[in-house]
Structures are given as C-alpha cells and as structure tokens.
Design a binder for this molecule. Sequence first.
Ligand SMILES: Cc1cc2nc3c(=O)[nH]c(=O)nc-3n(C[C@H](O)[C@H](O)[C@H](O)COP(=O)(O)OP(=O)(O)OC[C@H]3O[C@@H](n4cnc5c(N)ncnc54)[C@H](O)[C@@H]3O)c2cc1C
Length: 293
Amino acid sequence: MKASAFSYIRPTTIDDALALLAQYGEQAKVLSGGQSLMPALNLRLSAPEWLVDIGGLSDLRTIAVSRGLLRIGALARHVDVLKSADVAEHAPLLADAMVHVAHPAIRNKGTMGGNLAHADPASEMPACMIALDAVIVVRSRAGERRLQARDFFIGIYETALAAEELLVAVEIPVANQNSVRFFHEYARRNGDYAIVGLAASATLDGGSFADLRLGFFAVGDRPLLATAARHLIGRPVTAAMLAEAQAALEAELDPQEDQQAPVAMRKHLARQLLALCVATLLGRADLEARRSA
Ligand SMILES: Cc1cc2nc3c(=O)[nH]c(=O)nc-3n(C[C@H](O)[C@H](O)[C@H](O)COP(=O)(O)OP(=O)(O)OC[C@H]3O[C@@H](n4cnc5c(N)ncnc54)[C@H](O)[C@@H]3O)c2cc1C
C-alpha cells in the first residue's frame, strides 16, 4: 500500500513550525525521523493532509547539561544519545537501554522526540523517562508546558500532547554518586520490541534503597511507574519483602495478550525482572532465588 496524498512542508524555524501546527491542527502530523510515521502512512493507519517536517530545526538536536539537568533536544537521534558523553556520565540508563531500541539503521534516523511522542507501550525510552523522573517539554504558540513523564503517557500511542504542540526536549535530573541503575528486557530477538522490560533507577543508602523508581514497559497500555517499589525502600530487603513487592507488582500490571506472549507469561516475567533488578542493584545473590518463586 502507499500513503494517501498529503502536502509536505519543511519549516526553518521553531516559530514557523508552531505557526503551521496552530494553523492545521489535527490535519497535520509532525515528521521527525519517520521511522514510525512513514510505515503508519504507508499502511494508511494515519492519513494527515499536511506533513510538517521538523528535520531542519537544528536547535532541537542539542544534548547539554546545565544546572543539574541533562537536556536532550527532540531531534537528537537515537545514535546521538548512544554516543553522547553527557548521557554516559549523567544518565547512563539511557545508553544501556538505547542499544535495545531497534537496529543501527533505525537508530541513525529515529529521534528522542519522535520516540516519546509515538508512545509505544513496549518502547524502552518512555519507561526510562519515568524511572529517571524526567520532565517532557512541549511548546505551542501559546507557550511552553512542562509535564512529568509519568503524566505524559496516557494510553497506547497516546500522550498528553495537543495537536498544535511540539515536543521540544526532555530534561533529566543528573545522576548523583549514590545513583545506580538497572535495565533488562526480554525480547525474542535482538532489536525486537520487548515482551516485558524494566528500566530502574535507585539511590542507595548503605545496603538499602533510599529511593527506587521502577519503570516497567510492555505490561499495559503505557509505561508503568510501579508503586510496588515502596515495599523495598528504607530498610534492608528480605526475601519476604521482595515477595510482597512481587505480589503488589502483579496487582498493578495490566498486560495485553498478543502474538508475542500471553498475559500470564508477561506477569511472570515482570516478577522475575523485579527480583533480578533488586538482587543486582543491592549485590544480593540470595534474593535471586525469588526469580523462580
Ligand atoms: C523495524 C523497527 C523496529 C523498531 N524497534 C523499536 C524498539 O525496539 N524500541 C523502540 O522504542 N522503538 C522502535 N522502533 C521505533 C523507532 O525507535 C522510531 O524511531 C521512533 O519510535 C519514532 O521516532 P521518529 O523520530 O522516527 O518519529 P516519527 O516516525 O517521525 O514520528 C513518530 C510519531 O511522533 C510524532 N512526532 C515526531 N516528532 C514529534 C515532536 N517533536 N513533537 C510532536 N510529535 C512528534 C509524529 O507525528 C508521529 O506521530 C522501531 C522502528 C522500526 C521501523
């Protein structure tokens, strides 16, 4: 199949892009790397009248650190994030996760803004953003809005972005010296979307968690910041605490059955990931026993 007819326009400034989005609203689609949008157009899952190609807005490509925040521009490509020394130093979870996003050819074109705006519930970056307590910065002609990542993703391929808004950047608090992170996903083949995955960020206080943020993906219609983490914070983790956390996690999950996995398998893998994460972050091989429980 081929895409429906559309008009194409390539603004050269952010203000021009915002003016176009204000003018065309729901009739327009933003084009970034095109790795998700072009297949959707060709399958006629999307049929906008206007494509607003923001690929020339080089101001949106920057990755920089300032005042305790790592800011990644919407047009930073996946490969830019992977190669960034600032990301490696201040948000290494993103680099750990990015190697699991698709394949090099797609990572050379796909962008952070496009990935987050696409909001695939099996996608790695949205889960990282909720684990890292990121803020997503969106702009329209009316001004800028800053949304907590956990409030940005609201359903399958659905976000809090309005039609006239452009995602311009994501801001992430830089990791401190007690920060640790964990990333793991189960996928059938390298580069496939995950069956279930977990991106986690924690602060350690001795042998306990002072803070633990668990971003699960492919377990529902959006990334999940699991409240089960509260069972594991503030005191040395025991096998009983971990079992409680696993039970609480299972109650929070709402996975879909699809050709990749049934619901029960996704729940089982999520419980396993939680045990692996806690054992890895605390350096406690004894807790890994909970993986098979
Ligand atoms: C074979 C294949 C495998 C893949 N595997 C994975 C994977 O394992 N994990 C994963 O996370 N992704 C995967 N992807 C998707 C890939 O990461 C895409 O790059 C990404 O989802 C979309 O980024 P993009 O820049 O290409 O956005 P586009 O395709 O250009 O746009 C995607 C959507 O976001 C909107 N949009 C884009 N930019 C903005 C913006 N700045 N503001 C507002 N709206 C915007 C568009 O209008 C469109 O609706 C895969 C893609 C393919 C083709």
